[in-house]
Design a protein around this ligand. Structure first.
Ligand SMILES: [Ca+2]
Length: 301
């Protein structure tokens, strides 16, 4: 499948400048026409409107694809899936954007701590420090440590919704059967933000890192920092940075009843060392009440 041009490419800007309200300011106001160059018969090019990457959505046309993979887990057996046309955010929802929703009364502030089943006090202390909310210097990083309801509410406030996992996977890999958003090349430090040596040092993990090179970000990275890893539809960070909540309740293979308390999350995050988990077909069962610095979301409509 040929990659689809989503929108005219505008260099992403991160104008947050350390304030939590910066993302509320619309930045799509066309600039004034530049003056003509002296002595030139040709008008100078007029710059297009500046729209931040995080405000963009990609239009995904209706299509069909083989969801899942032969070489994956038991719960990702391949099957043919039809997808209706939809739109999806080009980036993960940023901390600045989520903060704006809280400031304007549309969203609850996320709890200040991480939580998952079996968490230890030491883990809570260590990983809660990596939650991005209330850290204005991370306004262009993905919001994390949000539970499924936080994510659902934000998208609803934006008059959007969470993508289904079918939509998410199609948006991540198109219809050519690739393993990762960028193709089949093994994950590396220029393609995504996962757990290289930089994250291993931060988390004091003794597990082998996913790759040898340093990707530059011990925890989350500003959204859109790895354009070489974009999906065929131009979506950023569909592997790595943070796992992403989907609307879909998790059903294990051959399990007809899904528990709505558990949702599918996709894409892998900065703390993942297993390359198999940043494949575009990998399905993670995430407790909806959970909050993890490694988990965020993007919206669709
Ligand atoms: Ca990293």
């Amino acid at each position: 499948m040929a990659p689809l041009a989503v929108v005219a490419c505008t260099k992403p800007t991160h104008p947050h400048g350390g304030t939590t309200s910066a993302s509320a300011a619309p930045s799509d106001t066309p600039t004034d026409d530049p003056p003509l160059a002296s002595g030139s018969a040709e008008p100078a090019p007029v710059p297009g409107p500046l729209v931040r990457l995080e405000d963009r959505m990609a239009a995904i046309p209706a299509g069909s694809f083989t969801m899942g993979a032969d070489n994956g887990s038991a719960d990702e057996k391949p099957r043919r899936v039809e997808v209706a046309a939809f739109e999806i955010d080009v980036t993960e929802v940023t901390t600045g954007a989520y903060t704006t929703c809280v400031t304007l009364g549309g969203c609850a502030a996320p709890a200040p701590t991480v939580w998952w089943q079996g968490i230890t006090p030491a883990e809570e202390l260590m990983y809660s420090a990596l939650c991005n909310y209330a850290h204005p210097e991370r306004a262009d990083h993905p919001i994390n440590c949000v539970n499924w309801e936080n994510a659902r509410s934000y998208c609803a406030w934006k008059q959007k919704r969470l993508p289904t996992e079918q939509e998410w996977e199609y948006a991540a890999r198109g219809d050519d059967g690739r393993h990762y958003p960028w193709g089949n090349e093994a994950p590396g430090p220029k393609l995504l933000n996962a757990c290289g040596p930089e994250c291993r040092a931060l988390t004091k993990s003794n597990k082998a890192p996913m790759y040898d090179g340093d990707d530059g970000f011990g925890a989350t990275a500003p959204v859109g920092s790895f354009p070489a890893g974009n999906s065929p539809f131009g979506l950023t960070d569909m592997a790595g940075n943070v796992w992403e909540w989907t609307a879909t309740a998790y059903c294990a293979e051959g399990t007809p009843d899904c528990e709505a308390s558990t949702r599918v999350s996709r894409g892998g995050g900065w703390r993942v060392v297993d390359a198999g988990k940043v494949r575009a077909t990998y399905r993670l069962a995430s407790l909806g009440a959970g909050r993890d610095g490694n988990l965020g979301f993007r919206c669709a409509r």
